[in-house]
Each structure stands twice: as C-alpha cells, then as structure tokens.
Write a protein of this length. Structure first.
Length: 240
C-alpha cells in the first residue's frame, strides 16, 4: 500500500510499505479521509517523531477485514479511527494520570495511522459512524469532541456572551459549538486576517486583531463594558 512516511525534519515521502494485517482481536480499516492535526504539523516542522512514522490520528474509513475474535464490527462498517475506551487492564499507564495531556513518551513508528491506505486497530479503538455523518465530517470528530467538552465544562448558558482567543481549527470549531450551545454574541481575537475572515463567515459577531488592538479592552467595549460571560483560550500562546 502507499503511505506518507515521515523520514526526518520537514521530509515526508509517499512510498510503498507493507499492508498491515489484523490479528484475531483487531480490525483492518481502509482509510477514507485523514485530517491534518496541529500535532502532525509540529512533528513535521520540529522533528519530534522517529523516522518511518506514519502520522494521522484523525481519520475515518471502512472496515475491510476483521480478526477471528472480533464481534463489534463487520466488513463495510464506517468508523472513526480512534476514540474507543480500552477494556479494564488494557489501558496505557498514562491514561490513569490526571494530566493525560502531558506526555513524555513521544510518537511511535510501530504502527500505521491515517496517512496511509490501510491501518490496523484493536477492536475497542474505532467508533462506528452514524449514517447522518459523512466520512469527511467524521475525520473532525476528535477536535469536535475537544471543543464540545470545553463548552460543557465551561457551564456556558443560553444567552451568554463569549470570547474566543485564537481562530485556528480548535478556535473555529469552538466558535460554532458555542453558538450551537446558545451564545448570543461571540467575539474572536485572532492576529491572522484570513482566520478573522473565516471566523466572521462561520458566525462570529465581532473580531479583534490583537496586533493592533488591546484585546481585553476591545472585548470589554464590545460587551457594553460588562465583559464576556465565558472565555475560551484556543491559542496556547503566552500572550493569551
């Protein structure tokens, strides 16, 4: 099969590699769509994965083969590549840590992922796609889950005013989720003109350019000097 293989810093090569075959408790997935996560970009730019890594953890596809012990899926099922919960005793030790987002072990090259024609996962790893979600939409399930959880944890209420710092993929998804959760006004702070334009197209009520405006002062002024009810930090930058 063909795969985009990470070789070294800023060196990704499309080449032929062996097609992985499922073990008895695994499923083989024919990849349909794979999103490019910010982590993948960081790997490419800053060399934080070993050579011969096949990246791509945000993907959808179709079950093409199943192992002899698999009962959850059948050939032809459409799935999201990751997201399932491991059975008791099979989870990685890091999953038990309170800061699972803080990882030190890096990225392994022992398995293929979404930047390939096929991949193999344990039966518990993929999730079935509902009929009303396309493969393209499903490839964004993981970042959508992130912002959905953020909005739920924020206790945002109907009619709230919201500020979002950063209009990258997570910020833009957060904008749409906050609106869907009932925010009546969403203000987005973002230095990129292109991203500010996209934020407006996706429903932002106002945008702020933090390179030319004081974002705190501007957001307060845009909320009749009351300030927002909820602020979502989606930039992961020191100034925010």
């Amino acid at each position: 099969m063909q795969a985009a293989v990470y070789k070294s810093k800023q060196n990704l090569v499309v080449e032929e590699i062996p097609t992985p075959e499922p073990k008895s408790d695994e499923v083989q997935i024919k990849i349909s769509h794979s999103a490019i996560c910010g982590t993948d970009v960081h790997v490419y730019l800053y060399d934080i994965a070993p050579p011969n890594t096949v990246l791509g953890h945000e993907f959808t596809g179709e079950i093409s083969k199943i192992g002899s012990e698999v009962t959850t899926f059948k050939v032809g099922d459409r799935v999201i590549g990751m997201g399932g919960n491991p059975p008791p005793g099979q989870e990685a030790p890091l999953r038990r840590q309170e800061q699972y987002n803080y990882r030190l072990e890096g990225i392994t090259n022992s398995r293929t992922r979404g930047y390939a024609e096929y991949t193999v996962l344990k039966e518990w790893e993929p999730l079935k796609l509902p009929d009303n979600v396309s493969n393209l939409e499903g490839a964004l399930a993981e970042p959508c889950a992130i912002v959905t959880r953020a909005v739920r944890l924020s206790n945002q209420k109907l009619g709230d005013t919201v500020a979002i710092l950063g209009a990258g993929p997570i910020g833009l998804l957060c904008l749409q989720t906050a609106k869907a959760a009932g925010a009546t006004k969403v203000i987005v702070s973002e230095p990129s003109q292109a991203r500010r334009d996209i934020a407006l197209a996706l429903g932002a009520d106002a945008v702020v350019d933090p390179t030319t405006q004081d974002p705190v002062k501007s957001i307060i002024e845009l909320t009749d000097n009351n300030g927002p009810h909820v602020v979502y930090e989606c930039a992961a930058a020191k100034p925010t």
